[in-house]
Design a protein around this ligand. Structure first.
Ligand code: CA
Length: 245
């Protein structure tokens, strides 16, 4: 989607929650459709692929995971952002959802601030990826303070080169490609694996610690998402992972 009105499809079987999500998305000027079941959601999504999908995991017919897999499998919606809306604290479900292709999640009962931040991150990503002026081999983040140059294998902070190792570089690039979106440790391992590198969950954590240190005051932009993985946050969108804790 390049121009025109941004749209959202909310797949949620609890009407009060669906209406609450609709309210907040409409405040963001999104046009919203609600589906009360997984099958209905797939019908709506296929009929008019939306800009973003908000997906409950516990649904009456198809599960949210099944919906997620089918949305990803269809060419037209392979890259559509999917934000899961899940019961608080079900980390295993969240990890399964991310690995089924969801981009991010909010936990119920959700904080409107967190919901809006997640949806904004999704819309920014869609804009960035549809902008022909953006160079895929060079990422400029954090008000351009952080630059990741894929071609030159170079990361600079405020113009100064950092001394990231190759694995650290790949890991940072993987997270920073999609700012605001959570990646599980297994996704990170799969992405960085294979270039004479064998990672475990524990070594991912060690590399992240090293990257944070080498990035100086930008280091905290790599957030730990407890029980799930890591997320690279852009300026102004850092939020507690479990806002209601
Ligand atoms: Ca539900």
């Amino acid at each position: 989607m390049t121009t025109g009105i941004e749209t959202a499809i909310v797949v949620e079987d609890e009407p009060e929650i669906a209406e609450l999500i609709r309210f907040h998305l409409e405040q963001m000027k999104l046009r919203v459709q609600i589906a009360g079941s997984g099958r209905r959601g797939l019908v709506l999504i296929k009929a008019a692929p939306p800009t973003v999908i908000l997906l409950d995991l516990m649904l009456p017919d198809l599960s949210g995971l099944q919906v997620c897999q089918r949305v990803r499998a269809a060419t037209e919606t392979a890259a559509t952002p999917i934000i899961m809306v899940t019961a608080k604290g079900s980390e295993a479900d969240i990890v399964a959802g991310l690995e089924a292709g969801a981009d991010d999640y909010v936990t119920k009962p959700f904080s409107p601030r967190v919901l809006v931040a997640r949806v904004r991150a999704a819309l920014r990503r869609v804009k960035r990826e549809s902008d022909p002026g953006v160079r895929a081999d060079r990422l400029s983040l954090y008000d351009s303070r952080l630059c990741i140059d894929l071609g030159r294998h170079l990361v600079t902070v405020d113009g100064k080169p950092t001394d990231l190792t190759i694995t650290e570089f790949q890991l940072l690039h993987y997270l920073a490609c999609r700012p605001g979106f959570v990646r599980t440790r297994d996704q990170i391992i799969a992405a960085v694996h294979g270039r004479n590198t064998i990672l475990s969950s524990r070594t991912v954590d060690v590399h992240i610690t090293a990257i944070r240190r080498k990035l100086g005051d930008i280091g905290p932009s790599i957030e730990t998402v407890r029980g799930v993985g890591y997320r690279f946050s852009e300026v102004g969108e850092r939020e507690p992972s479990f806002a209601t804790d």
